[in-house]
Design a protein around this ligand. Structure first.
Ligand code: ZN
Length: 484
């Protein structure tokens, strides 16, 4: 049959929104003529979910004619696997989509010499028997998928990506088309996009090679690493490795007088625990002193790791360890730092006030008892006595800074990450912490305050002090001046 190119056509205006373009290509009531480059780039990706190719024909002159049927046409009946020899109880519950719901068809011409595309209704085909929204529920258009892919690369959570896309798409005039976008689809697309990017973080060749990969990666990044294992009486062994950057060990040595210690799980698929030592420098910045991974959290493993860190950092002489209520850590510390009994400096364990209070408060229901216990704790605890006599300990009463370090780390990790993935993430957060504390130290000496309403000669005097003091002094100066 000889087919002709239709003659009665309209050219849509150029300033249509994507949603308007979609509705023109959904219900094709008259023939449309669109520049080929616009059609392929800006029109078709918007409706790729609505239409599926029915047939295609290339003419001698290079023109291409394709017929598309509505996705709801689905002329083949879904297989129910009834002929296969699978017992009924072993069959998966699946969904099938009924066929022949809609018979809408369009014909599209790519007219190569004219560089235009013509879209027309196919031989008196019927209207859609459903709305555009229902087509969008069935499948996403390429345009929507592209939007999701662009956002997914940025690696935030699927719900956040979904809401960002909905907001962004409505600005693009694509709001109607993404209204049916589901979080689960976003999660799937994200996995497709991010999966290959994160291959180096997963390590699928077993724990042994994961460990050796992680160790060599850390060494390559300048960290000191030491593998160790501890055998227990039960013939079980616990494995682990200690790692620290020389800059971190330097901080531990200089500021480790008070050391925070805490562990976190869920940073890798083996659920090896990550322990971190955290110290505060003279400028008030918290930073990492050392890390260690252990396959199992027990007193001997913790103590062994601390001994290794101590051997790498001989001048580190902690007077106080601050930790949340972990008996394992406390015992491990006592073993690694026996104190006066071994002819060394005494080392005390202080428990995090926040954690202690939390536990107490959950166990004591009677208010009067709570108050009494509370008062008793603040009066009698030896560690708290020490705290009342030390300006630094008065300021540092909880492991919260270290907890927020671990939380920052966990925002980067996923269940699929191996130890190598955790190592990558730890190095990233470590670098950030180090540079933050360097900035604070730099500001401490070089930053100059400017304050409106304080005389210049006073400000110049104030500039002779470190930055944090300048701030206090300016407030004082302002208070004095407002009184004059
Ligand atoms: Zn249809």
């Amino acid at each position: 049959m000889e087919e002709t190119v239709p003659s009665d056509t309209i050219t849509p205006p150029e300033d249509l929104t994507p949603d308007e373009k979609r509705s023109l290509l959904f219900n094709v009531s008259c023939s449309l003529e669109i520049l080929m480059k616009d059609f392929d780039k800006d029109w078709w990706p918007l409706v790729s979910n609505i239409w599926t190719q029915w047939n295609s024909h290339t003419q001698v002159n290079g023109n291409v004619r394709k017929v598309f049927a509505c996705r709801f046409t689905k002329h083949r009946v879904s297989s129910t696997r009834s002929k296969e020899n699978i017992p009924n109880e072993k069959r998966r519950v699946t969904k099938i989509r009924p066929s022949k719901i809609c018979n809408a068809k369009i014909r599209v011409w790519w007219l190569v010499s004219l560089k235009i595309v013509k879209v027309e209704r196919y031989n008196n085909s019927s209207e859609h028997t459903h709305s555009l929204l229902e087509s969008d529920r069935l499948k996403r258009s390429q345009a929507t998928r592209t939007l999701v892919e662009k956002e997914a690369v940025k690696n935030y959570s699927p719900p956040a990506i979904t809401s960002a896309i909905k907001e962004y798409a409505s600005k693009l005039g694509l709001g109607a088309s993404v209204s049916e976008l589901k979080r689960k689809e976003v999660a799937n697309i994200k996995y497709k996009v991010r999966g290959p990017m994160e291959a180096h973080l997963t390590c699928n060749s077993g724990l042994r090679s994961d460990i050796s990969e992680s160790v060599s990666f850390l060494i390559e990044k300048g960290y000191q690493v030491e593998n160790y294992c501890v055998s227990h009486q039960s013939a079980k062994t616990t494995k682990g490795f200690v790692f620290a950057h020389p800059k971190q060990l330097e901080k531990l040595q200089r500021h480790g007088w008070l050391t925070l210690i805490d562990s976190t799980h869920k940073t890798n698929k083996y659920d090896w625990r990550l322990f971190t030592l955290y110290v505060r420098d003279t400028y008030g910045s918290w930073d990492v002193g050392a890390h260690f991974f252990v396959s199992n959290e027990d007193c001997d493993t913790v103590s062994e790791a601390l001994k290794i860190i101590r051997s790498k950092c001989r001048q580190w002489s902690p007077r106080y360890f601050l930790l949340d209520q972990s008996g394992i850590e406390a015992k491990g510390i006592k073993k690694a730092f026996p104190g006066i009994s071994a002819g060394e400096q005494q080392c005390d364990v202080i428990l995090c006030v926040v954690h202690v209070m939390r536990t107490w408060m959950t166990k004591i229901y009677d208010k009067k008892t709570r108050d009494i216990m509370n008062a008793a704790m603040h009066k009698r605890t030896k560690a708290l006595w020490a705290r009342q006599h030390s300006p630094l300990l008065l300021q540092v009463t909880s492991t919260n800074p270290l907890e927020s370090y671990h939380n920052e780390l966990k925002r980067l990790t996923s269940f699929s990450h191996g130890l190598i993935g955790a190592a990558h993430n730890i190095i990233n957060v470590d670098c950030k912490k180090r540079s933050e504390s360097e900035v604070t130290a730099f500001d401490f000496h070089t930053k100059k305050i400017s304050a409106y309403g304080v005389d210049n000669d006073i400000i110049e005097e104030i500039h002779k002090f470190p930055f944090p003091l300048q701030r206090l002094l300016v407030e004082e100066a302002r208070a004095v001046m407002s009184r004059i």
